[in-house]
Design a protein around this ligand. Structure first.
Ligand SMILES: N[C@@H](CCC(=O)N[C@@H](CS)C(=O)NCC(=O)O)C(=O)O
Length: 223
């Protein structure tokens, strides 16, 4: 495989899914960060949806985090997808659900007022409970003691919940099982190193500049 080139936006959880997979597999790659508010022409020329992540491998442009992760999984060990077709399909289904859940989380984080926050939060909590019901009973990961692509897909979401919890705000209350999953993922170097060094600073700067109910909640804790 020629050296891969990942196009990223520093705060994007979808890119982070692919960075975790690249890290887990110790794949050497180049990364370019772009500003999504001012997308460069060269990016718009190669990205069919104008979205990150994009992974360039030789002359081929890949997009969609789940697809990029499957390509990485098929080309570099250790395999993070189950070999069994039925189990693999089950994992793919929950990765797809995780994409919707990231949008639920984003909707909660960007809700402009208390009423819409409560509405989005209820939806986010209900959908997170559906994932919880799928977790391996002993864990600590989605399917047991081995990391899978489902874990790489949900770690960015669990990291953002944990970041806000450290700032004193519970986006959704976590059950013991969800907390154990979060702790196991956030303890891993490949997950810790999946965000840029200034990630937390940028995350909270963005929050403080936003017109959101979450900003009020965080401010109320820190005063
Ligand atoms: N389904 C896509 C979602 C990617 C996505 O929504 N990326 C966002 C940033 S987190 C983006 O590039 N947005 C730019 C835009 O929509 O203009 C994936 O899994 O890769």
């Amino acid at each position: 495989m020629s050296k891969a080139h990942l196009i990223s936006f520093k705060l994007c959880p979808f890119v982070q899914r692919s960075v975790i997979t690249l890290n887990t597999k110790k794949i050497d790659y180049d990364i370019t960060y772009i500003d999504l508010q001012q997308k460069p022409d060269w990016f718009l020329a190669i990205s069919p949806f104008g979205k990150v992540p994009v992974l360039q491998v030789g002359d081929t442009v890949l997009f969609e985090s789940a697809v990029i992760n499957e390509y990485l999984d098929e080309t570099t060990p250790p395999a993070l997808h189950p070999a069994d077709p039925l189990q693999k399909a089950h994992h793919r289904a929950w990765i797809e659900f995780g994409s919707g859940l990231l949008l639920d989380q984003y909707g909660t984080m960007t809700a402009p007022d208390a009423a819409s926050f409560a509405e989005k939060q209820a939806r986010f909590a209900a959908n997170l409970a559906r994932v919880e019901a799928q977790l391996h009973p002993e864990g600590p990961y989605f399917a047991g003691d081995q990391l899978s692509l489902v874990d790489t897909a949900y770690a960015p979401l669990l990291m953002r919940n944990a970041l806000l919890a450290r700032a004193g705000v519970t986006l959704v209350p976590l059950s013991e099982r969800l907390q154990r999953w979060t702790d196991a993922l956030l303890a891993r170097p490949d997950v810790q190193q999946s965000v840029p060094e200034d990630f937390e600073k940028l995350f909270f700067e963005g929050l403080h500049k936003s017109e959101t109910h979450l900003k009020e909640l965080v401010a109320a804790v820190s005063v």
